[in-house]
Design a protein around this ligand. Structure first.
Ligand SMILES: [Zn+2]
Length: 245
């Protein structure tokens, strides 16, 4: 397995881990990790020297894990949310709306912005402010099933004016009605650009931010180690095959 089944990225192979297994086998475990969504796969093999010329190699099987997450819990660590969303973007509507705002802030922080998620108001205000040098962008975030209407763009522009912001962005888990797109273009023509990110465009931004996540080999090992005990209970050694040196 060298491609992630969720996001099709190539897996990074970590150096193999060796362990003296039970029954005198030498067990070796290979771990492949996905940089983009955090999925990982482990594959184990046991070897036993039969005589000077022959080594028995037993495939111990393989398994992969992507943690299931509770997207309604606003306390869920944001990196885990991002990993999970990257792999299972179709679950985005299950997210707590506040958790989605925090996730948007976290994603744009990895795009080079200082991001400030504003106090939760739950109304049409500015949810996130993105800052890069002199640039300040007021972001409205809507975890929303229905398409965004022109009136919601108007509400954002009003909130921008009140906050003294001249640039805006609207991020949604759905899409925009043509009237909303038209009015966003009109605001842009008036010197108040509003960028629209529908579900596919935010997904692209999410995937790019995931390439910037620092995942060291040590972190992976720490995360994966507890699961490797499962290899201790593999008993299907019938599938072992012999080959000669
Ligand atoms: Zn992946």
């Amino acid at each position: 397995m060298d491609v992630c089944p969720f996001c099709r990225a190539r897996l990074n192979q970590l150096d193999s881990e060796r362990d003296d297994g039970r029954l005198g086998y030498i067990t070796e475990v290979w771990i492949g990790v996905c940089q983009i969504c955090g999925w990982w796969n482990a594959r184990g093999e046991a070897r036993e020297r039969i005589d000077r010329y022959t080594t028995a190699v037993f495939e111990l099987g393989s398994f992969g894990v992507l943690k299931n997450l509770d997207l309604t819990n606003v306390e869920t660590p944001l990196q885990e949310v991002r990993d999970y969303l990257t792999a299972k973007y179709e679950h985005r509507l299950q997210m707590d709306p506040r958790l989605f705002e925090l996730t948007v802030g976290s994603v744009f922080a990895d795009h080079g912005y200082v991001s400030e998620v504003t106090a939760y108001s739950g109304d049409g205000g500015i949810d996130v402010i993105l800052i890069a040098g002199e640039t300040r962008i007021g972001v409205q975030v809507k975890r929303w099933k229905d398409r965004i209407e022109a009136t919601q763009i108007h509400a954002l522009s009003g909130a921008m004016v009140l906050a003294g912001l001249t640039r805006g962005m609207f991020v949604t888990t759905s899409s925009f009605r043509s009237g909303a797109i038209k009015d966003a273009n009109r605001f842009s023509a008036l010197g108040m650009p509003i960028e629209l990110l529908d579900a596919p465009r935010f997904f692209d931004a999410l995937k790019i931010s995931q390439t910037k996540v620092n995942r060291s080999a040590d972190e992976w090992i720490t995360k994966i180690k507890p699961h490797l005990r499962k290899f201790g209970s593999f008993n299907d050694l019938d599938e072992g095959r012999f080959y000669e040196d």
